[in-house]
Structure formats: C-alpha cells, structure tokens
Design a protein around this ligand. Structure first.
Ligand code: L34
Length: 279
C-alpha cells in the first residue's frame, strides 16, 4: 500500500513558518500584500480564490480581491493590472486563470510587473527559471517539489515522467525536476505508447485534466505518484487524474485529491508573496 503524501499537513507546517516570518516582518513595519483578480463566475476558480484569501488572512498578509464581471473588457483588466503594478501596499498580483475566452491571457500576464508576478508566469520570470535562477517559482510545480522532498524522495538520477505540457504545470515542472538532476520525459496527447513511458517513471506527475487517466498498469511498483488533476465527476465530487484506489496498491507514495497538490499551490503563493514583500 502506498504511503500517503499529505499535502494538507505539509502545507500547514509551511504556513506556520510563513506566519512566523510575517510576524517578524511586521516588526519592521512590512505587511506582505497580495491582490487577487478573478474575472467571471467560474465556480472552481471562485473556490480556489476563496482558499487563497483565507490563507492570506491566516498568515497575516494584507489581501485585496477584485471580482470583475464576465463581460470585463481587455482594456479594463489591463487598467486594473497597471493600477496594481503601482500600488505600494501590493507586493504580489495574481490574475486567476482561466480568463473568459474574449480576454487575451498572454497580454494580461505580460502586463503584470515581473517583480509582482507571484505566479511566475511572466516571460521574464519564465526565462529566469529556464536559466536556473530562482526568483519566484510557479506555485504548482514548486509545491510539488516540496511534496517530493517532504516524502523523503531524492530526485537526482531518477526517471521522472510528467504527463501534460501546459505552461502552468507541465513545462515548468519538467524544468524543476531537471534542476534537481532528474532524467525528465514530458508526455502529451501525441506521445506514442504513453503507458509504457509512464511505467518507466520513478516519479510520475499527472497534469492531464482527465479523471482516471492514470491507471494501475501505467505505474511502476514503488513509484512516487503526484496527482495534479482537479476534476469533478458526474456527482460533482472532486477527483484527480489518477485512479487513486488502484494506483495506491502499486505506488510507493501518492498524493490525494483533494488535500495533495492544491493546498501546496496556495502555500507557494504565500511563499512568493512573502519573498516579494521582502525585496
Ligand atoms: N493565475 N491561475 C493562476 N495561478 C494559479 O496558481 C492557478 N491555479 C490553478 C488554476 N488557475 C490558476 C490554482 O490556484 C489551480 N489552482 C488551484 C488552487 C487551489 C486549489 C486547487 C487548484 C485547492 O484549494 N484545492 C483543494 C480543493 C478545492 C476544492 O474543494 O475544490 C485541494 O485540497 O486540492
């Protein structure tokens, strides 16, 4: 039976540290400030944003939420980002994705000041990560690295397989594993013999967005399985990309959904915002 990697507990310990550090900063008159922008009424995004606000409050950050209507224009959104870029009490800006389809996500991300880009989505920060310079790390991949470390797993020399090649998860995930000397393979929709490639993995990261995509036959016995999926089944129940029941019989360690990667994503957002405030 696989060991459960408890993202909630690991998050709680890290957030306690962040809270302590925030208290120390407060003595110097500094309070980390995060602005979260959400456009439209996507229910999943609303939950994630609410969790982010709650987390800010718990560690003693200042936070502002901008909930804009779905019809918001590109100009209005860019004007808000520009305002936040210059707002002195705001250290981090997060525009929750996905945006409604009439908005240009790339242009919005490009408008965020790289110094306040606590998602590390801006091309300047992405470029720094490619060069192995860690300023802000993208929250989900950074949180996954923390989970792997907390599970006592060393990446060096391991076969790492990432399923999914998004800019938010798959690509930066591969880079962070590479920086720790993993041998990294990225699988995607055109990969041939994906189950066979996945089965080589000592560390398997699933970021596909399809419930039950990773089945037991795709997992090497003893592998570390990280489930990035956030899917809702027909009953509205949250489930990951991994067939948890079957895979946990085979894997050495596995993250649950919920309570795995999700809370860590938010914890890394706090970490980045704290770092931005320090600068
Ligand atoms: N700009 N957009 C931007 N930054 C991000 O870092 C994100 N991401 C992803 C979606 N869009 C984004 C998030 O915040 C995914 N994501 C995220 C954050 C938190 C949780 C899940 C995804 C989370 O709190 N998950 C809980 C369960 C939540 C529920 O009940 O629905 C968990 O335990 O996994």
């Amino acid at each position: 039976m696989a060991k459960l990697i408890d993202g909630k507990a690991i998050s709680a310990a890290l957030r306690e540290q962040i809270k302590q550090e925030t208290r120390l900063l407060a003595e110097q008159g500094i309070t980390p400030g995060l602005a979260v922008v959400i456009v439209g009424e996507d229910p999943a995004s609303q939950v994630y944003v609410r969790n982010k606000e709650k987390a800010c409050e718990e560690v003693g950050f200042y936070s502002e939420k901008y909930a804009l209507p779905a019809q918001t224009t590109q100009e209005e959104l860019l004007a808000l980002v520009e305002k936040l870029n210059h707002k002195p009490d705001i250290d981090g800006i997060l525009v929750q994705l996905p945006l409604p389809s009439h908005l240009d996500e790339k242009a919005v991300i490009a408008a965020i000041s790289p110094d306040k880009d606590v998602d590390a989505f801006h091309a300047v920060n992405v470029g720094r990560i490619m060069q192995g310079e860690y300023r802000f790390l993208p929250c989900t991949p950074a949180g996954i690295m923390e989970l792997i470390h907390a599970a006592g797993v060393a990446v060096e020399g391991k076969e790492c397989v990432v399923i999914g090649r998004s800019n938010i998860v798959g690509k930066p995930m591969a880079m962070l594993l590479l920086h720790e000397n993993g041998t990294v393979t990225i699988c995607h929709s055109r990969t041939k013999n994906l189950p066979e490639v996945a089965r080589r993995a000592d560390i398997l990261v699933a970021a596909v967005g399809k419930a039950g995509f990773v089945t037991a036959d795709m997992v090497k016995p003893g592998a570390v399985v990280i489930d990035v999926g956030m899917n809702r089944n027909a009953q509205g129940k949250l489930c990951g990309d991994v067939d948890f029941a079957a895979v946990s019989e085979i894997a050495g360690a596995i993250t649950p959904v919920p309570g795995g990667v999700g809370p860590m994503t938010i914890t890394m957002l706090l970490k980045n915002t704290l770092a931005a405030a320090r600068r």
